[in-house]
Design a protein around this ligand. Structure first.
Ligand code: DGL
Length: 269
């Protein structure tokens, strides 16, 4: 199976695109719902929680794990890849969602000015700025943290007047910081659920970029380039769900993210 990890429900927006791009593959999704959100937690805590989740997915038989969470990718991926995998799991792989997005984002912009909405943890890690510089050194990147957005989504307030007010405030702040921005990246897995409010607040000429498509396309490429990994993945077209909260909590919340009629298994670390 391909393991897909997120702090909670947000990774379901990435899973949906992975399932579309790789319909024959089996996926095992793990949401650390009992400890979400990660966005404002310390580096040490995000690393510890993410590593526990990755170990769980490995133990359940996933040779490949995708961190479908920007905060975990920003805070934990590099340490897991450098300090854990070579010593404990040399035949397993963990991929994040920041680098694949950074490889593509510059292609959407004509002005060379890009804006990024993300959690406070992702913004302060500077991961996007550093990764994007490697691929598009001339791009001007302006980040803006939106700590209100994840709770608004999780409370089912995705498209309400109150949400539109807060979203517009953040959009205006980003564009005031750099009025030349013509491309905005949603660098948090929850934010696609705020698309209507974000689109309404953005000038029509500004592109809105979603990660799901990009990550799915890059995963397909990765599997073409790594047939030895591809051969280890089960192709039964099934998806199973694990959560650190109760199964009922996950099943109900997943509805908001478009995953209907699923059943989840509850686990403790
Ligand atoms: N999934 C996280 C991300 O993409 C957002 C939710 C959280 O803060 O845990 O950054």
């Amino acid at each position: 199976m391909i393991g897909v990890f997120d702090s909670g429900f947000g990774g379901l927006t990435i899973l949906r695109d992975l399932q579309k791009a790789l319909p024959a593959y089996d996926f095992l999704y793990l949401g650390d719902n009992a400890r979400a959100p990660y966005g404002s937690r310390s580096f040490e805590t995000i690393y510890r929680y993410t590593l526990e989740s990755v170990r769980t997915l490995f133990a359940r038989g996933c040779p490949l794990v995708i961190l479908a969470c920007n905060t975990a990718s920003a805070r934990a991926l590099r340490s897991i890849q450098q300090d854990v995998l070579p010593f404990e799991f040399p035949d397993r792989r963990v991929l994040g969602i920041i680098r694949p997005t950074a490889e593509e984002i510059g292609k959407f912009s004509r002005t060379g000015h890009v804006g990024i909405f993300a959690t406070a943890g992702t913004v302060s890690s500077q991961s996007y700025v550093l990764e994007i510089q490697k691929f598009f050194p001339n791009l001007t990147v302006t980040q803006h943290a939106c700590p209100m957005w994840v709770p608004l989504v999780e409370c089912g307030e995705g498209d309400t007047e109150g949400t539109r007010y807060f979203v517009k405030k953040d959009v205006d702040a980003l564009l005031a910081a750099d009025p030349k921005i013509d491309t905005v990246l949603l660098a948090c897995t929850h934010y696609p659920l705020l698309t209507a409010a974000i689109r309404a607040a953005l000038p029509p000429q500004v592109n809105l970029v979603f990660q799901g498509d990009i990550v799915a396309g890059k995963t397909v490429d990765y599997l073409h380039r790594h047939p030895e990994m591809d051969a280890r993945l089960i192709k039964g077209g099934k998806t199973a769900f694990l959560t650190s909260d109760t199964a009922k909590f996950f099943e109900k919340g997943a509805n908001l993210f478009g995953m209907k009629d699923i059943s989840a298994e509850s686990l403790t670390f």
